[in-house]
Design a protein around this ligand. Structure first.
Ligand SMILES: Cc1cc2nc3c(=O)[nH]c(=O)nc-3n(C[C@H](O)[C@H](O)[C@H](O)COP(=O)(O)OP(=O)(O)OC[C@H]3O[C@@H](n4cnc5c(N)ncnc54)[C@H](O)[C@@H]3O)c2cc1C
Length: 412
């Protein structure tokens, strides 16, 4: 049995710690802040559950399937597909795209004449076939240009890219140019066509909590200021400790990551949506819109809102707000309300603001210059989504590899 310190109680640190503990090691986790979970947090406000940013879990993610018990979390799924809103001269038009990931023909048929050409439909079907072929690792091979270049290479029309791919994927990658590595795009597209997008009953923080529970709260030391001296020695709140191995489960350059997001949560009398889809804004790029997407988590998980109320969660990609010169919460709220009033003129004025969250360093940059793969881009024992890709899956898979590296090192 070896003694191992894990620094950081985000998803990657907790996952790495549970794996090492399950192999029989004595593991201690040291977290700088006063809570576990890192970027996966949920606040309880006036009976609502407010996740930090619109945050979902994908049941298709392989490492997530190994790490989590979705049933114990009482996870419930959004409908596959989306509702799309487009601003026309005579008001906002809404239509449902049944499921472009699983049934591209039926799903996008409703987009025909709006933005999708018959050729686009064929291209979505071919894209789906291409990304689902073979093992998941296959999507991480071949070219690694931007997601936009990939879509253009596959022949999608500008309208299809701007009105469907842009609102959906800018809201996932939290950037405004679709400059994320195309391998990441292929991975997410494949996962969306294979699994479900779910929310745990008690908010997204239930995911790290499940891992922490498995580990045992006594193994986690909050409010720890750590000073790493070398591979085996460190100071914790000024006190010397030594271990057989030390894992860094945080991004040392987190403060430099530029992808940021504004999330607005509203209390509403009822849901503006009739189905459990998310709503995409087709005009977010093409007509200088602001909102990438709108979701009603309480439609999927009623526990997100008190009885008789609905929680509306709106995602504004930080770079889109920057492009519009919106730099503070009140400016973002005013612009969001103005856009909402064109979609829901009757009701949106009555929506009560619960919170405006500005998540400054939300995701790591994963551009085309990175030869994106599934192996962590780190030397030694460092894990975290920044070493693979910015997602729950990136965090978890980096943790699995790091735990394996430690086992191999200890065997030597
Ligand atoms: C708004 C938003 C929405 C998202 N939506 C999704 C989504 O829908 N689907 C998806 O798959 N992913 C999503 N993600 C990404 C996902 O949340 C992250 O990839 C994942 O939580 C990262 O986990 P991590 O352990 O790598 O890092 P973190 O969560 O950042 O954890 C690092 C931990 O280390 C601690 N720490 C840092 N420095 C030190 C130190 N010196 N000493 C001790 N402790 C330290 C931090 O306090 C933190 O607790 C989203 C992220 C955000 C911000």
């Amino acid at each position: 049995m070896a003694s191992i310190a894990v620094i950081g109680a985000g998803l990657s640190g907790l996952r790495c710690a549970t794996l090492l503990q399950a192999s029989g090691h004595d593991v201690q986790v040291f977290e700088r802040s006063n809570q576990i979970g890192g970027r996966m947090q949920t606040d309880a406000v006036d009976g609502f559950l407010l996740d930090h940013g619109f945050h979902v879990m994908q049941t298709g993610y392989p490492a997530s399937q190994r790490a989590f018990n979705f049933q114990t979390m009482e996870a419930k799924a959004f409908e596959p597909g989306a509702i799309v809103v487009e601003q026309k001269n005579n008001g906002a038009k809404f239509w449902t795209m049944a499921d472009p990931f699983r049934r591209p023909f039926q799903g996008l048929l409703s987009g025909l004449n709006r933005f999708a050409s018959p050729f686009d439909l064929l291209r979505v079907a071919r894209l789906r076939f291409a990304v689902r072929r073979g093992k998941v690792s296959r999507v991480f091979t071949g070219e690694h240009n931007t997601a936009l270049q990939y879509l253009e290479r596959r022949g999608f029309s500008p309208a299809m890219i701007e009105r469907f791919f842009h609102p959906l994927f800018s809201g996932i990658f939290l950037e405004d140019d679709l400059r994320t590595n195309e391998r990441m795009f292929r991975f997410v597209f494949r996962m969306m066509s294979e699994g479900q997008m779910v929310l745990p009953k008690h908010g997204i923080a239930a995911a790290p909590k499940q891992l922490a529970q498995r580990l045992g709260q006594d193994r986690i030391h909050l409010n720890s200021t750590v000073d790493i001296r070398n591979d085996t020695e460190m100071l914790v709140n000024g006190e010397e400790h030594s271990f057989d191995a030390i894992v860094k489960a945080f991004n040392p350059a987190m403060g430099e990551e530029k992808r940021h997001v504004w999330t607005l949560h509203f209390d509403a009398e009822s849901s503006p949506l009739r189905t459990n889809h998310i709503l995409l804004n087709a005009g977010v790029k093409s007509t200088e819109g602001l909102i990438a997407h709108l979701a009603v988590p309480s439609d999927v998980q009623p526990s997100y809102a008190p009885e008789g109320r609905s929680l509306i969660t709106i995602t504004v990609v930080g770079e889109r707000a920057d492009a519009r010169g919106l730099r503070d919460a009140s400016a973002v709220e005013a612009a969001v309300r103005s856009e909402l009033s064109t979609w829901y003129p009757e009701v949106s004025k009555a929506w009560r603001l619960l919170a405006v969250q500005h998540i400054q360093h939300a995701l790591p940059e994963i551009g085309k210059e990175i030869n994106l793969g599934t192996t962590p881009r780190s030397n030694g024992f460092e894990c975290g989504d920044h070493t693979v890709h910015g997602s729950v899956e990136g965090a978890l898979s980096s943790a699995e590899t790091t735990a394996q590296r430690i086992e191999a090192y200890l065997r030597k």
